[in-house]
Design a binder for this molecule. Structure first.
Ligand SMILES: Cc1cc2nc3c(=O)[nH]c(=O)nc-3n(C[C@H](O)[C@H](O)[C@H](O)COP(=O)(O)OP(=O)(O)OC[C@H]3O[C@@H](n4cnc5c(N)ncnc54)[C@H](O)[C@@H]3O)c2cc1C
Length: 288
């Protein structure tokens, strides 16, 4: 990406055109007024604009095709596993993916070297349910844990993993990648007056302002949840115990569904707070 030295000239993108299906590709260039970097956690666009680094977790996942009778178990449920054996600071999962399951785990950067051992941990925990399964794909990839310091620079905006829109606690990134791209595009359509003028850096930053206003609190709460509950086996016991509570279930379910931290009424909120404290105390007694 060649960046112009003023705010009028176009950006020049250098890319390989593979549209004819050839492996080699043809080197081409394209001049554009705006750039949206939607190129994932290892974003080249982010590097080009010196967007700054973020903390990231590393996730490892095996796609496993199960015999039919075992796949039936995952027809309408997904599994989340917690414990030091599967992740010291995140969770492990068995998620159904249409005709197979994804079995994986994630951990923060300092524990990266242990990722294979943690994967062995989740495989061991779910062993009975995965018996006779065939690995069809292995994936390992960073998951951003925070937004980049600079998500808009000049007439370049970052969206999705390139910007760092994955939520803590759940590690949900697909919805937020698509949503941030949509919000960015809508802001561009609006501030360009439907393409009549070229938006400025300030115009693109309007997308960030809207984003942070809509989701800032959700990110903050999920960040706190991860810090509090994923810290040790004792706090995880508390987390698991709390998830049995109907009010907590409603709160978290609504949050996942509507992508916002839905405030409960004050009475329910107080009950949840009391339960949290109780569970935290009991968790220390229950933890192995
Ligand atoms: C193992 C694992 C499991 C996950 N599970 C879930 C889950 O269950 N639910 C969930 O919501 N999220 C999950 N996530 C997170 C989710 O995958 C990401 O947050 C999401 O895919 C981000 O979308 P994106 O479009 O921003 O980036 P990406 O999906 O990474 O897409 C970026 C695209 O840009 C392309 N690209 C990159 N550089 C270039 C270049 N120089 N030139 C041309 N093309 C380029 C890449 O090939 C890629 O296609 C998981 C992540 C991992 C690693």
């Amino acid at each position: 990406l060649d960046i112009p030295t003023n705010d009028r000239d176009p950006y020049t993108i250098h890319y390989s055109d593979h549209s004819e299906g050839e492996v080699q590709g043809t080197a081409k260039t394209l001049k554009v007024d705006l750039v949206i970097g939607a190129d994932g956690a290892n974003s080249r666009v982010a590097k080009a604009i010196d967007a700054g680094d973020y903390n990231y977790a590393i996730a490892f996942q095996e796609r496993i095709r199960l015999p039919d009778h075992l796949m039936a178990y995952y027809e309408d449920l997904a599994e989340m596993y917690v414990g030091d054996d599967v992740s010291p600071d995140f969770y492990a999962w068995v998620f159904p993916k249409y005709d197979h399951v994804a079995v994986g785990t994630g951990t923060m950067k300092p524990n990266q070297a242990r990722i294979k051992q943690l994967q062995a941990g989740i495989r061991a925990r779910a062993a009975k349910r995965l018996e006779g399964g065939e690995i069809i794909k292995v994936e390992a990839h960073p998951i951003p844990e925070h937004p980049r310091p600079r998500r808009v620079r000049g007439r370049v905006a970052l969206v999705g993993d390139a910007a760092g829109t994955v939520t803590k606690s759940s590690g949900e990134g697909i919805y937020f990648a698509a949503k941030s791209a949509r919000m960015c595009a809508e802001t561009i359509v609006e501030t360009s007056n439907n393409g009549a003028i070229i938006p400025t850096e300030a115009d693109l930053k309007l997308y960030l302002k809207r984003w942070d206003k809509k989701y800032g609190m959700t990110y903050k709460v999920l960040d706190i949840l991860q810090t509090v509950f994923y810290r040790s086996d004792a706090t995880r016991e508390a987390f698991v115990e709390m998830c049995a509570d109907r009010d907590v279930q409603k709160l978290t379910f609504d949050s996942y569904l509507y992508k916002t931290v839905v405030p409960a009424n004050p009475l329910v909120q107080m009950k949840i707070t009391a339960k949290t404290i109780g569970s935290m105390l009991r968790g220390h007694a229950l933890a192995p």
